[in-house]
Each structure stands twice: as structure tokens, then as C-alpha cells.
Ligand binder design. Structure first.
Ligand SMILES: *[C@@H]1O[C@H](CO)[C@@H](O)[C@H](O)[C@H]1NC(C)=O
Ligand SMILES: *[C@@H]1O[C@H](CO)[C@@H](O)[C@H](O)[C@H]1NC(C)=O
Ligand SMILES: *[C@@H]1O[C@H](CO)[C@@H](O)[C@H](O)[C@H]1NC(C)=O
Ligand SMILES: *[C@@H]1O[C@H](CO)[C@@H](O)[C@H](O)[C@H]1NC(C)=O
Ligand SMILES: *[C@@H]1O[C@H](CO)[C@@H](O)[C@H](O)[C@H]1NC(C)=O
Ligand SMILES: [Zn+2]
Length: 814
């Protein structure tokens, strides 16, 4: 553990508290008003003068002002795009990937990687600093998992002499593979769970399927004993910490999480494919490490919810934010003997219900998927020992100052990994971001001057619970609230060839335009772009990466992007030693061509946001999306109101739908029985109240459409030639653009609710949040959705009021 502390603290431009003059309030008001008018005026002048092509050629080097921000632009947007497309290279991306994956870089453990990153960015021409926080996290000390059996020794008719015998000692390590040097690095990181509780527990085992809320409900309904037993759950679908949370709430002693190859689609040994390193199937000893924080309740340092983890910050108790029972991640190789010990005990998954038979990938190995529990003479000993410390971690923050001081674009990726490698998660993103930054550095060198400020962030501590980004957002909230236009995230930039995106609806169109300007490495059809081979699906913002604090806490429109693996592509060993440079080079992205492509896409998205006079948001897209989300709420309510709805078979194969349904907290979910008649009249009244949201959205839609149209008109005007002597027209245009941009900038903030969501006040956004019991996937209108699950119609109508007032306020502000 490093206790090194950095003296470098970035000073970002946040308004300092002004000295108070209690008897001169009026005078102060006038000064402030006058000052802000002046600032506003100068910005408008700067904007209007900066972006006027005067009909002269851009290539006329003698004809330009040197007055900062007031000259004609030496590098225009087209030229900037060219630079951002031409500069990134696969060779460099490979070099950065090789560096980041050369040694362990667990949160707070590798200061030299932070320093290297800062120095690289400075070499590229971007002024950078290291910003540190003192955070509460755990490091692994010791672990053990064993299957114990008490053999009946009946020779004396006295079984008191019988003793526990170890029938299986789990290895809890990943095999060393000769071709993959990362898997044998001396400093490689043990398998463990971030924020897991220390504990040494022994008890019978119960198989709990995915460990979703409804999986546990099924077990409770079937009278399977959970209390004082140990759960074995398969990974997948929902955030692992929530599996542990529910087991803990039901009195279980501990949780074992394993990766079932059935969830790897067709890429399995069962289907005849070879495992890594010889083929695309899962390495049987691979283990998924990861955090067990209760992510959907609050991310960040659990001891400082809502405020930054500065060294002297007061610390809160952690028991509501992280588990109190131990948990341990294992490979399917280690899971096999435990699952087999369940054979013949308790109901079989296939007798249980249809939700329990999905992807049973170890049947061919003799696992019957019995639920259990194991009989009293077959138990598991789970020992998990963690050291908890408060220790520094290091974000690297690079800044390119723009002409407009209060419009800022932020681009981020995390640097910390669970393993020494991390070639996919997160360092494909780190390599990609370095290439994008190098490209912006090249543009600066050629004389480009951005309109808006661009901040690049290399976050630390993401893996434990989005810590570096969350603490930073909490620290700079006033400034971000005032100035941040958008946040662009890339985490796993490359682990396959299939473009995966999530964004706030304001940014949807930017994903379309940026990807349409970049050639795909897939030239099966010559000339096809990334946009051409994309399925055009944009997910809603959930959680699971560093955009969470920006989107859900600060109300800053955010976007997350990367190339995912598609069905049929090699298994990606998530949070395992085999997420290594060797895997990336051989299976993930041979030649690092998708790395280069993502660097181009990231560069163009950033440039479009930072470099065009009018912020390229589409407010109407947001309004339409809200209308669709209200319909989703109505659909869910209709399902709840219609008795005994049979759940569609298709929902069992569609991942998102499957886990969404299984994470519902509704009682009597399976079979679906409808709401009780006593509450159905209030449910109908709630249904009627939803009409008010559609009504409020009509107004919002028309205002949003008008704003977008006005923005387009201004854009057209901007492209026309206005002679210098018509400077009043120029000035007016500058003012108009400034006004439109300000409306766009604050639009998303309208949907924040200061008291936060029910039971999780850190989450402030009324439209987007991670699902309470999914953790990763985005829930829309969580206040409404959760009220339906709880059949709490009074609370549902309260949320209609809260949301309606936010929609009206948003319309008003447009
Ligand atoms: C930090 O990261 C570098 C680059 O990946 C690696 O070479 C080094 O071994 C790591 N240092 C520690 C202390 O783990
Ligand atoms: C953990 O518990 C087991 C079973 O009770 C016991 O045999 C073992 O010594 C304990 N291990 C530690 C490290 O305390
Ligand atoms: C579970 O136990 C309760 C109470 O003992 C009983 O009424 C119910 O029938 C049992 N359910 C099942 C599925 O065995
Ligand atoms: C950017 O602007 C801030 C605030 O005006 C200033 O403190 C900082 O030094 C500038 N950075 C660069 C790289 O010019
Ligand atoms: C490559 O592009 C073709 C044509 O658009 C498409 O059918 C195919 O699935 C793509 N392959 C990959 C690996 O993306
Ligand atoms: Zn990650």
C-alpha cells in the first residue's frame, strides 16, 4: 500500500466565496449584476467575433488577428476533424495498452501510473495535474473456501467420533498460462471482492440462481431455508453487490459468486470450442473480481456520501453502503464440486420455475442445479479476510482552456483495474483517451484554439464504486453545475467490434453524427462507417461507470461509449487475469484497429461539443424520450393492473427484459396475480394522473422543438457572410447564440430533485437512475417505477407531482 501523497492539487476555476459587507447588500447586488452583465457582454462579443468566416480563405496565414479568441480561426472545424481523424494510430494505442497492463494498478496502489499519465499528457501539450482524495477501501489479506463433509462412522454405533473432512479445497487462484505473461506476474492481485466484509463462516449451501430480488423471493416462497446458510449465486445481469445485499437481508451467512459458462452463449467448451488461450471459450479457472458496494444506493467513498473525501472530511458509518457478510468470487472450476454437492438436495431448478433454467452451462459436467440446501453433514467454510484502510487515490486532470470560461466539456476514463492487466477494462479506454488527447495536442500545436474548455480525466478507484469521479464531482459541484455542458465517458473502449452506447437524449444526435464520420475497421462493405455497422441502439443512463455522478447526481448530460463483444465473439474475461494484453492482442483487437477507431470517435464527439459555436444538443429528442418513458410507466402499470398476466417467453431470452423483471420488488410476481382489488381504485387514479405528464410534455416538446429550430436558424445565419461594418448584427447574433447555449447547458439540470430518490437521497435525477435492484441497467422515472412495484399509489402520485413540476419548469426555462 502506498502512502505517498501528492502536493499537486489542481485548482479549477471555482467561484471563491466573496467577502461579506453586511451593510452594503444593495451595493453588492449592483456590483454583481454589473459585473455579470459585463462578463456576458464580453463573452458575446468574443463568440460573435470568433466564429465569423469573413469570406476570406482560411488558408490566408497573414490575415488574422492575434487577439486571443477574437481572430479568425487558424484551424477551423473541418481542419480540426481532419487532425482528429488522422492523428490516432494503432501503434501508439498498442504502446499505451502495453504500458498500462504491465503491472498491477489497483485503486490507490500505483502512483507511478498516475504520474506517467500526467507526464504523457503534458508531453502531448495538455496542462495536467494530479488530484487526490483520501478514501476508505479494502485490500485482500487472506481467503479460503472449502467443502466439508462429516462421514458417518457407524462401527461403534456412535457417530460423535465422526469428524469433518475436507472434501474439496478451492484453489481461489487463476491458472498461470505460459503464453500470457500477465497471468504469471509476481505482483498479480488475488481474487477478492471490493468492499467485502471480513468473516469466517460455515454452513450449508443454497443455490440462488442469479441472486436477483425475485430469485430470493422464489426461495422464500418455497420455504427453502436461507437463514444461517451460505448462498452460491451465478454472476450476471445485476450488480454483484446487490446479490450480497439481498442475501444479507435474508439472514444468510455469506455469498459465493461464480461465472457459469452457460452465460457465454455459444462460445463454450460444451459446444466444442477450446478455452483461452487456445480458443475463444472461457478459461475454466477465470474469476470475476469486483465490488460488492450497494451501488444503486450511493456510489463513491461510503464514508463521505455527498461530499469529497478530503483528508479532514468527517466520516460516516458504512453499514448501509457496503455488506456486513463475507463474499468471495470463484471460477466455475472451483464451483463444480460445490454445485455437485447440491445434487439431489432440495428442488431441481427445472422443477422450480421457468426463471431458473436459463443457461445451465454445467449440466454436461454433472451438475443438476438443485437448489438445496445441502444436508447438515455437507457444509462450506468461507473465510474472507480484508484489510480496511483510508488511503489516497489519484485522479489525473488535464485541461485545455477555451475562449468561453463557463462552458466546459469533460472526457473521462478510469485507470485503476482489478488485475495487473485490464487491457479491456479499463485500459482500452485509457489507450484510446491518450490517443484522443495526443490528437488534440497536435491540433493545439498547429494553432487550434477551442471555444469551450475541455477537461480530460483519468479516474482512480472506479472499480471499488466510481470513487475518483464521484469524489471529484462532489468537490467541484458548484463549478460543474455552473459550467459543465456534457460529460463523455469511455470505460471498456474495446472488447469486441460491436458498438455499444448509452446517453442522455440531448446527446443522441452527436453519437450519430460522430460515428458517421469515422470509417469502420470492418470494410466488408467498402467505405462503411462505424455508424453503418451500428445497431443504432442507445441505452438509457444507468450506472456501473464514472458517468454516474455527472448524470445522476449533478444533472449533467452524459454519454458512455465502447466496442462491446457480440454473441459469437471470443469470451471476454471480465475482471480476470485473462483480461490481459495477450488476450487483447490475440482475440480482442488484433492490430489495435478498434482502439484507433474509438480514439477517432471520441475525438470527434469531443470536438463537436467543444468547438462548434452552437452546442449541438437536441432538446426535442429529450422531450420525445420523456414521452416514451411515460409510456413505459403506463405499460408497467397496465401489467400490474391486469390479473395473472402470463410473462412472455421472449422475456426469458432478452437479457435486459429478463433482469428488469427479475429485479422488480413486486410481491406475488410469479405467477403475476395483479394488484389487490382494494388498491385498484387508487391505482386507477394514479393512472389518470399520468395523463398530466403527457400534457406537460406537449408544452415541453413544442418549446424544445422551437429552441432546436432557433438554433438551426442561428447556425445558418452564422454561415452567411456578414460584412464587418454590420457589427451590430454580429453582436446580436453573438448574444442570441449565447442565449441558446445557456438554455441547452442548463436543460438537464431541470430534472434534479434536491431531496433525491426514495431511500437513496444521493441520486437526484428524477428521470435516470440505476435500477434499485439491477444496479447497472438504467431505470427511467425510478420514483414512479418503484412505487408501482411497491403498490404505493400515494407515493406514485407524489412522484407525478414532482416530475410534472420539473417538466413545466424545464419548458419554462426554454
Ligand atoms: C505500476 O504500473 C506500472 C505500469 O503498468 C508497472 O510497471 C508497475 O509495476 C506498477 N507498480 C506497482 C507498484 O505495482
Ligand atoms: C475459520 O473457521 C473454520 C471453521 O470453523 C476454522 O476451522 C478455521 O480455523 C477458521 N479460520 C481462521 C483463519 O480463523
Ligand atoms: C411453506 O410453509 C408454509 C407454512 O409452514 C406452508 O403453509 C406452505 O404450504 C409451504 N409452502 C411450500 C411451497 O412448501
Ligand atoms: C486555464 O484557466 C485557468 C483559470 O483562468 C487558469 O488558472 C489556468 O492556469 C489556465 N490553464 C492553462 C493551461 O492555460
Ligand atoms: C462487418 O460488416 C458486415 C456488413 O455490414 C456485417 O454483416 C458484419 O456483421 C460485420 N462484422 C463484424 C465483425 O462487425
Ligand atoms: Zn471499468
Amino acid at each position: 500500500m502506498s502512502s505517498e501523497r501528492t502536493p499537486l492539487i489542481t485548482r479549477l476555476p471555482i467561484a471563491q466565496p466573496r467577502p461579506r459587507y453586511p451593510h452594503a447588500v444593495l451595493r453588492r447586488f449592483c456590483t454583481v449584476a454589473l459585473a455579470s452583465m459585463l462578463i456576458w457582454f464580453f463573452i458575446a462579443v468574443a463568440v460573435s467575433l470568433t466564429f465569423f468566416p469573413d469570406g476570406h480563405s482560411h488558408h490566408d496565414p497573414g490575415d488574422r488577428w492575434t487577439w486571443p479568441g477574437c481572430g479568425r480561426r487558424k484551424i477551423d472545424h473541418d481542419q480540426l476533424q481532419r487532425i482528429l481523424l488522422d492523428t490516432p494510430s494503432s501503434k501508439h494505442a498498442e504502446e499505451w495498452s502495453r504500458y498500462y497492463t504491465a503491472g498491477p494498478h489497483l485503486a490507490g496502489k500505483n502512483y507511478s501510473q498516475a504520474l506517467w499519465t500526467k507526464n504523457k499528457w503534458e508531453d502531448f501539450g495538455i496542462k495536467s495535474d494530479i488530484v487526490s482524495y483520501d478514501v476508505y477501501i479494502n485490500y485482500p489479506v487472506d481467503h479460503r473456501l472449502a467443502l466439508l463433509e462429516k462421514k458417518k462412522e457407524n462401527h461403534d454405533g456412535n457417530d460423535a467420533t465422526s469428524a469433518w473432512k475436507v472434501s474439496y479445497e478451492a484453489s481461489l487462484t487463476e491458472d498461470i498460462i505460459e503464453e500470457d505473461p500477465t497471468s504469471g506476474l509476481p505482483g498479480r492481485i488475488p481474487t477478492f471482492h471490493g468492499y467485502s466484509a471480513s468473516g469466517n463462516v460455515t454452513g450449508p449451501v443454497v443455490y440462488v440462481n442469479y441472486g436477483s430480488y425475485q430469485d430470493f423471493e422464489d426461495l422464500v416462497r418455497a420455504n427453502i431455508t436461507l437463514k444461517d446458510n451460505i448462498a452460491i449465486a451465478r454472476y450476471g445481469g445485476i450488480f454483484r453487490g446487490l446479490k450480497v445485499k439481498r442475501a444479507q437481508e435474508l439472514g444468510m451467512l455469506g455469498v459465493i459468486l461464480y461465472s457459469d459458462p452457460g452465460d457465454d452463449g455459444d462460445n463454450t467448451e460444451e459446444k466444442g470450442l477450446k478455452p483461452y488461450p487456445d480458443g475463444p471459450a472461457r478459461q475454466p479457472s477465470s474469476v470475476q473480481r469486483g465490488s460488492t458496494q450497494f451501488l444503486s444506493f450511493a456510489p463513491g467513498d461510503p464514508t463521505t456520501p455527498g461530499y469529497p473525501s478530503k483528508p479532514d472530511a468527517p466520516r460516516q458509518p458504512v453499514h448501509t453502503a457496503i455488506p456486513s457478510i463475507p463474499s468471495i468470487p470463484i471460477s466455475y472450476k472451483d464451483a463444480l464440486p460445490i454445485l455437485k454437492a447440491l445434487n439431489g438436495h432440495g428442488p431441481k431448478a427445472e422443477d422450480f420455475n421457468k426463471w431458473w433454467t436459463r443457461n445451465m452451462g454445467l449440466q454436461y459436467k454433472g451438475v443438476h442445479y438443485n437448489v438445496g440446501p445441502t444436508p447438515d453433514h455437507v457444509v462450506v467454510n468461507l473465510n474472507n479476510q480484508q484489510e480496511y484502510v483510508t488511503t489516497p487515490l489519484w485522479n489525473v486532470i488535464g485541461v485545455i482552456n477555451g475562449t468561453i470560461p463557463d462552458e466546459v466539456i469533460i472526457v473521462g476514463n478510469h485507470r485503476d483495474a482489478w488485475v495487473a492487466g485490464g487491457a479491456g477494462d479499463p485500459n482500452s479506454g485509457s489507450a484510446v483517451m491518450n490517443e484522443a488527447i495526443r490528437s488534440f495536442g497536435e491540433a493545439l500545436r498547429q494553432g487550434w484554439k477551442p471555444l469551450r474548455t475541455i477537461v480530460f480525466a483519468s479516474w482512480d478507484g472506479e472499480e471499488y464504486g466510481l470513487i475518483g469521479s464521484t469524489e471529484w464531482v462532489e468537490e467541484y459541484l458548484p463549478w460543474l453545475n455552473d459550467a459543465n455542458v456534457a460529460y463523455i465517458n469511455t470505460d471498456v473502449s474495446v472488447r469486441g467490434t460491436f458498438l455499444r452506447t448509452a446517453s442522455a437524449p440531448l446527446l443522441d444526435n452527436i453519437i450519430h453524427s460522430a460515428t458517421a464520420a469515422v470509417l469502420s475497421p470492418n470494410q466488408t462493405v467498402p467505405g462503411q462507417t462505424v455508424h453503418d455497422v451500428w445497431d443504432k441502439k442507445i441505452k438509457t443512463m444507468g450506472s456501473g461507470s464514472d458517468f454516474t455522478a455527472f448524470q445522476d447526481f449533478a444533472g449533467i448530460p452524459s454519454l458512455d461509449i465502447g466496442f462491446d463483444s457480440a454473441p459469437g465473439q471470443p469470451v471476454y474475461h471480465y475482471h480476470s487475469n485473462y483480461d490481459s494484453f495477450h488476450w487483447m492482442e490475440k482475440f480482442g483487437d488484433p492490430g489495435f484497429v478498434y482502439h484507433r477507431t474509438m480514439a477517432q470517435v471520441l475525438g470527434l464527439i469531443t470536438a463537436q461539443l467543444a468547438d462548434l459555436p452552437i452546442i449541438s444538443f437536441r432538446a426535442a429528442d429529450y422531450a420525445y424520450a420523456l414521452d416514451r418513458y411515460v409510456e413505459k410507466v403506463e405499460d408497467k402499470l397496465d401489467d400490474a393492473l391486469s390479473p395473472a398476466t402470463e410473462i412472455e417467453a421472449s422475456s426469458l431470452t432478452d437479457d435486459d427484459m429478463y433482469f428488469d423483471l427479475r429485479s422488480s420488488t413486486r410481491k406475488q410476481f410469479s405467477p403475476w396475480t395483479g394488484v389487490s382489488s382494494s388498491s385498484s381504485s387508487s391505482a386507477k387514479s394514479f393512472k389518470t394522473s399520468l395523463k398530466r405528464l403527457h400534457k406537460a410534455l406537449e408544452k415541453l416538446t413544442s418549446r424544445a422543438t422551437a429552441l432546436d429550430k432557433h438554433a438551426d436558424d442561428l447556425d445558418r445565419e452564422l454561415k452567411q457572410h456578414i460584412p464587418w461594418w454590420k457589427w451590430p448584427a454580429k453582436l446580436r447574433l453573438g448574444f442570441e447564440i449565447r442565449k441558446v447555449n445557456t438554455k441547452y447547458k442548463y436543460f438537464e439540470r431541470s430534472f434534479l430533485f434536491d431531496q433525491g430518490l426514495d431511500g437513496r437521497p444521493w441520486f437526484k435525477h428524477v428521470v435516470f437512475a440505476p435500477g434499485l435492484w439491477t444496479g447497472y441497467a438504467g431505470a427511467v422515472f425510478p420514483g414512479l417505477m418503484e412505487s408501482i412495484d411497491n403498490e404505493d399509489w400515494v407515493n406514485a402520485e407524489r412522484w407525478v407531482d414532482i416530475i410534472e413540476s420539473r417538466m413545466r419548469n424545464a419548458a419554462h426555462r426554454l
